[in-house]
Design a protein around this ligand. Structure first.
Ligand SMILES: N[C@@H](CCC(=O)N[C@@H](CS)C(=O)NCC(=O)O)C(=O)O
Length: 154
């Protein structure tokens, strides 16, 4: 069954189809699974047909036969369960790999998205100059912690 994902027709940064759908495309391509992409406009994202697939009116969405999912992390996890090779088989190592998936989504992504959204949407606001260094610092702290962990693991 060929899955279909949705992506931005035009993203706020002027891109096309290159937002949180990227991680899903990456996982599908790693396992050699062909897929289709439905590009949606911001107005299409508010329509009932899209809201039935994504409660919050966002992209990406994932459809595969009778299965419709939202949350890109859930798509990637689903893909790992359908195809060997992305997650380790050993239970302990697999659990650790899943913890890193959550770390990417819950710990690394929020500050980086916050920083980028502030740059995109807040550059003309009065708070921008004060807030930006705080957001940059938080991203740097997280990246340093990650880099230290990787260095320890080598
Ligand atoms: N946690 C969701 C986040 C989805 C999300 O924030 N999508 C963005 C594009 S990457 C979006 O649709 N933004 C438009 C909006 O929120 O109205 C996921 O990972 O799927």
């Amino acid at each position: 069954m060929i899955p279909t994902i949705s992506a931005f027709e035009h993203s706020p940064d002027g891109g096309r189809g290159q937002a949180r759908d990227m991680r899903v495309r990456w996982a599908l391509e790693e396992v050699g699974q062909p897929y289709e992409v439905r590009l949606v406009s911001f107005s299409m994202m508010t329509e009932p047909a899209h809201l039935a697939l994504q409660t919050f009116g966002q992209i990406p969405t994932y459809e595969e036969g009778d299965l419709a999912l939202f949350e890109s992390g859930a798509f990637v996890f689903h893909i790992t369960e359908q195809h060997p090779g992305l997650l380790p088989v050993d239970k302990i190592i697999r659990a650790r790999a899943i913890a890193w998936m959550f770390a990417a989504l819950n710990t690394m992504e929020p500050p980086t998205v916050e920083l980028e959204m502030s740059r995109l949407m807040g550059y003309d606001k009065t708070w921008f100059k004060e807030r930006q260094p705080m957001l940059e610092n938080l991203v740097c702290v997280r990246l340093r912690e990650l880099s230290n962990r990787l260095a320890d693991a080598e």
